[in-house]
Design a protein around this ligand. Sequence first.
Ligand SMILES: Cc1cc2nc3c(=O)[nH]c(=O)nc-3n(C[C@H](O)[C@H](O)[C@H](O)COP(=O)(O)O)c2cc1C
Length: 192
Amino acid sequence: MSALKILVIPGSLRSGSLNAKLAAVVSYELAQADVEITRISLGDFPLPIYDGDLEKKSGVPKQAINLKRMIGSHHGVLIVTPEYNSSLPPLLKNAIDWVSRVQEGHEARGQVFRDRAFAIASASESRLGGTRCLEALRLVLSACRATVIPSQLALSFANDAYDDRDRLKHPADIGALQSMVKQLIDFSQHMM
Ligand SMILES: Cc1cc2nc3c(=O)[nH]c(=O)nc-3n(C[C@H](O)[C@H](O)[C@H](O)COP(=O)(O)O)c2cc1C
């Protein structure tokens, strides 16, 4: 059987991003389980703000098609995103909106969301750890008819969550991470 491939997408471009850091930590955990990881930056898929007139005039941008193909070449996807005003940041929402408009060959529009498992995680300096953003993201992905695994990771007090070797130091966080990773692998394997 070919290796299980998981795509990791941080929802922040910021240097020193707490979410990019968490994405790296979860990627390491996945790699320990022999999963083939691709970690991308949405900065490599620059997209205009979605506009129906633009789509009508020029079609879906090439970068949205590239991102859709990148997602489509993996069995599972992990999104690690900041919370902005209790929801998901425009960078991530815009990328999802554009990808949901891609239709290639015989597949249905937005089909790429339906054929693979998605896991969601968030890091925040606040006590809630981005929980409200995860609720919003789960709703958005569910609207795209994605399979979003039940386990999720909301890393609270993310500025104080790591030891001096950049590993999660609180047992509750480690447990949530391991449970999410295990479930993402299980769901992704079933969808291979
Ligand atoms: C516009 C804006 C809105 C924010 N709203 C929230 C929020 O609702 N909840 C929260 O926990 N943090 C909020 N934050 C703080 C972010 O969680 C914090 O900046 C975080 O470090 C961003 O993620 P990053 O480090 O991965 O870039 C907000 C930040 C910005 C810029």
